[in-house]
Design a protein around this ligand. Structure first.
Ligand SMILES: *Cc1c(COP(=O)(O)O)cnc(C)c1O
Length: 372
């Protein structure tokens, strides 16, 4: 049997009854949009995250766009961000009218805060920072907070991969003005479809985000903003509440145990496991390893032959994507050499809560038996 990156068949066996109960509840309620299920899920999520407000939206991309707009980004303002992430991170900046400014990543693959510091010292007009807590690691929040204070930045945190991750004692998303997350099915808290949320402690920002997800409507038929239609569905909220949220802590522990086994077990001169950032209590949304670029295909083939699926996160730098190059304004600082190490040499190993112990051992053995 193949060892899969994600195993929705096994997940379905675990969640089936609770999903059906959630669907039954919504069906019987006759209320499908912005009802009590969304309210209930938002309350649970904000409590779990330790934030005052959670606003359920249609997906992670919209969550980021709404977060940026609600925080007040204005057309043409520059937003410092990472070239190594889901394209949605940058797309949200562009859709909100901002100009993405890329700096390199560090050895963990997350935005390099020292480089941010250098850029911000030179480019004093940059007021926005959008870090991504990539792979389930937490960006060093103390360093982020210092940067935020020193340069009077508005920070929007992309927590699509970092639900429950902490830096020291603090959850990701709690340093900036606002955070965005995604419940895309593969994420650590995955819906059975598209969904996302905006999180903040700022009540006026939360009110604007609430309006923006619903055509910019502030009260019935009163539109103060040019908003989106990006409401979290009652169905998704009910499923998340009944069938997914109750497992989150257990599933996160399983990811951590697998990461621990990989870190102890994988010993190969050509395979490097990038370090987690200082103080990161990671939730291992992904498990990236690095190999020399010319050897990458050999590892993927070897693992494939042993029935192990692999992924890339990510195979192309965002500023090198055609959509960006041909249509929008953006800036790049430096040569992005570290980010390029990841686009050319990264391989993602299977890490999901449904892997058996034997499968974890199979992955480790397959890595160790690789003869490039
Ligand atoms: C998944 C993801 C997004 C986008 O979320 P969607 O729900 O797919 O729109 C944004 N940023 C990061 C880092 C992601 O992993």
């Amino acid at each position: 049997m193949e060892v899969l990156l994600n195993n929705f068949t096994r997940q379905w066996e675990v969640i089936r009854d609770d999903v059906l109960a959630g669907v039954e509840r919504v069906g019987a309620s006759g209320r499908y949009i912005l009802g009590t299920e969304v309210q209930h899920f938002e309350a649970q999520l904000s409590q779990l995250w330790g934030m005052r407000f959670a606003i359920g939206v249609g997906n992670g991309l919209d969550a980021l766009e709404i977060a940026l707009r609600a925080a007040g980004v204005r057309p043409g303002e520059r937003v410092l961000t990472t070239p190594l992430s889901a394209f949605a991170t940058t797309l949200a900046v562009v859709r909100a009218g901002g100009v993405p400014v890329f700096v390199d990543v560090d050895h963990s693959g997350l935005i390099d805060l020292d480089q941010c510091h250098q850029v911000l010292q030179r480019e004093t007009s940059i007021r926005w920072l959008l870090p991504v807590h990539l792979y389930g690691h937490a960006v060093d929040l103390e360093a982020l907070e210092e940067l935020q204070a020193r340069f009077e930045l508005t920070v929007v945190e992309d927590c699509a991969q970092s639900i429950l991750a902490r830096s020291g004692q603090r959850p990701t998303g709690t340093v900036g003005k606002v955070a965005a997350t995604s419940f895309y099915p593969t994420k650590n808290l995955g819906a059975l479809g598209d969904a996302g949320a905006v999180l903040t402690n700022d009540s006026s920002l939360a009110a604007v985000a609430c309006a923006l997800r619903n055509y910019g409507q502030t009260s019935t038929y009163v539109h103060d903003h040019l908003g989106l239609n990006s409401r979290l569905d009652e169905l998704h909220a009910a499923i998340l509440t009944s069938a997914i949220l109750p497992h989150l802590e257990d599933w996160t522990s399983k990811r951590r145990a697998i990461a621990c086994a990989y870190r102890e077990g994988i010993k190969h001169p050509n395979i490097t496991i990038p370090p987690a950032p200082p103080h990161s209590q990671s939730v291992w949304h992904l498990f990236p390893v690095l190999v020399p670029a010319p050897l990458r295909q050999s590892l993927i083939t070897h693992l494939g032959t042993n029935g192990i699926q692999t992924g890339f996160h990510y195979p192309r730098l965002i500023p090198e994507q055609t959509a960006l190059r041909t249509t929008t304004e953006f800036e790049v600082f430096g040569d992005l050499a570290n980010a390029r190490r990841f686009t050319t040499g990264e391989v993602s190993l299977p890490i999901n809560p449904f892997l058996s112990e034997t499968e974890v051992v199979r992955v480790i053995d397959a890595c160790n038996s690789w003869r490039p």
